[in-house]
Write a protein that binds this ligand. Structure first.
Ligand code: ZN
Length: 455
């Protein structure tokens, strides 16, 4: 076997986000192949062989790459619409447009969403895609190819909707699949794209959309399918008071009880939002190891409420961060969610004790790795883990006078990304994407957004 090529990074502050929150004021990282070989204080060990590159990272903070745990890429083409609505009114306004997407539009939306996140320090992305109009091409394949071309690690949550208006659901009937179509297509997507190996670039989860757009049968059979195939499960849950009311009216129970009754609580499940949860809901998540994708900006944009993140964390529930679709979070950036998660939590009952700056960084890194089931591979800077990391520039006007680099990253302006690596492969340099023509992509996304608006 050829000796691993090494990249040495030195002279930067490092927040490892390991179990002890180990930090170095000035330290080094050695990357060997796709892994982190060493991380520590001061300069790298002497006498390393096979060093192909040395990076003097003076003035930077190194952190694990950010992990996004909830998104809808296609919404990149429908930003800035229904801007003053709550969730149900916003969905009802947008479903007819979303139902007209095709493969070219989905590809452009995915590439736009991925580019924006990657430039902002995301190294692991996910897309919960649940709109599959008939005869519009290979939408899942287009999304997977977009992630591969951008260079990020990726989970495709193959979504589905089969409860249209005539079955008491929220989406129009023309926007939904049948139960059998949804299950068969989901299984085919897992078989085609899911890679279970250590360091996988592409994984697939089974992801019916939400209680108000999916039949009870699809929830149950979706959970059985995921467990038969050995993949994770994802959906939306407990997002708004309207959803809570819907569940009580239709199922005679709250969302968490409904999820439990359909097989949707467990270590292999993560759920977006989880805003309206009582103490027994939180205890059920903790008991079963069910994870949460917290999306503070989207929750604020849609007036959903403030998720009880401090209570979830204290109960031991795994919590990561999500951008959510860009039709409800137009910026599409995850690094701003670190700040928003902290600020929003402190507006709640725990006030200044709600969340520390380090906990905010942990949500966006290790917490995300946990809910995606990949905490053994990514989410912290430790020897043996994959070399997914970001060098944030902290010596410009925006951050140079901030005393603490982690506080600068979490509380300050969005920090420029000097370099970002996925499995040791660099995908961002000096704030720009290395494997994507951003100007051409901007034109494509604009054209496809116009096509969708006209269709
Ligand atoms: Zn969502």
């Amino acid at each position: 076997m050829a000796p691993a090529e090494r990249i040495v990074i030195e002279n930067c502050a490092i927040a490892t986000v390991d179990a002890d929150d180990t930090e170095y004021a000035t330290g080094h990282l050695v990357l060997a192949g796709d892994r982190i070989e060493s991380v520590g204080a001061g300069p790298a060990p002497e006498g390393l062989t096979g060093v192909t590159r040395r990076i003097d990272a003076t003035g930077h903070l190194a952190t694990p790459g950010l992990v996004n745990t909830h998104h809808h890429f296609y919404q990149w083409l429908t930003r800035g619409l229904a801007t003053d609505h709550n969730l149900f009114d916003w969905l009802t306004a947008l479903y007819p447009t979303w139902a007209r997407i095709d493969e070219d539009m989905v590809s452009a939306g995915a590439r736009g969403s991925l580019a924006m996140m990657a430039r902002g320090g995301v190294t692991t992305a996910m897309d919960h895609h649940y709109v599959y109009p008939r005869g519009t091409g290979d939408l899942s394949g287009a999304i997977v190819r977009a992630a591969r071309d951008t260079g990020v690690r990726f989970t495709l949550a193959r979504g589905s909707m089969d409860r249209g208006e005539s079955d008491g659901g929220l989406p129009p009937d023309f926007a939904v699949e049948s139960l059998d179509e949804a299950l068969a297509a989901t299984e085919a997507t897992v078989r085609e794209h899911h890679d279970a190996s250590f360091g996988a670039l592409t994984q697939v989860a089974v992801a019916p959309c939400s209680p108000f757009s999916v039949s009870t049968e699809l929830m149950k059979q979706g959970a059985e399918l995921a467990r038969r195939l050995g993949v994770r499960l994802h959906t939306h849950g407990s997002e708004t008071v309207e959803e809570e009311k819907f569940c009580h009216e239709l199922f005679g129970m709250g969302p968490t009880e409904y999820f439990e009754s359909t097989g949707w609580l467990g270590e292999d499940v993560w759920m977006a939002h989880c805003v309206h949860m009582n103490d027994s809901d939180i205890a059920a998540f903790a008991r079963t190891g069910t994870g949460v994708a917290h999306c503070p900006s989207s929750n604020a944009r849609l007036a959903a409420g403030i998720a009880r993140v401090p209570d979830l964390l204290r109960a031991g529930v795994p919590v990561g961060l999500g951008v959510d679709g860009t039709a409800s979070n137009e910026s599409g950036e995850l690094h701003t969610e670190l700040r928003n998660a902290l600020l929003v939590a402190r507006l709640g009952p725990h006030r200044e004790a709600a969340l520390t700056t380090r906990q905010a960084l942990r949500l966006g890194t290790y917490g995300g790795a946990q809910v995606l089931g990949r905490a053994a591979e990514i989410g912290s800077l430790e020897p043996g883990k994959l070399a997914d990391l970001v060098l944030w520039r902290m010596d410009t006007l925006a951050h140079a006078s901030v005393a603490d680099p982690v506080a600068a990253l979490v509380l300050g302006a969005p920090a420029p990304v000097t370099a970002s690596f996925v499995g040791g492969r660099q995908i961002v340099a000096d704030g720009g994407l290395l494997h994507v023509d951003e100007d051409a992509l901007a034109r494509t996304t604009r054209e496809q957004a116009r096509r969708l608006a006209r269709s």
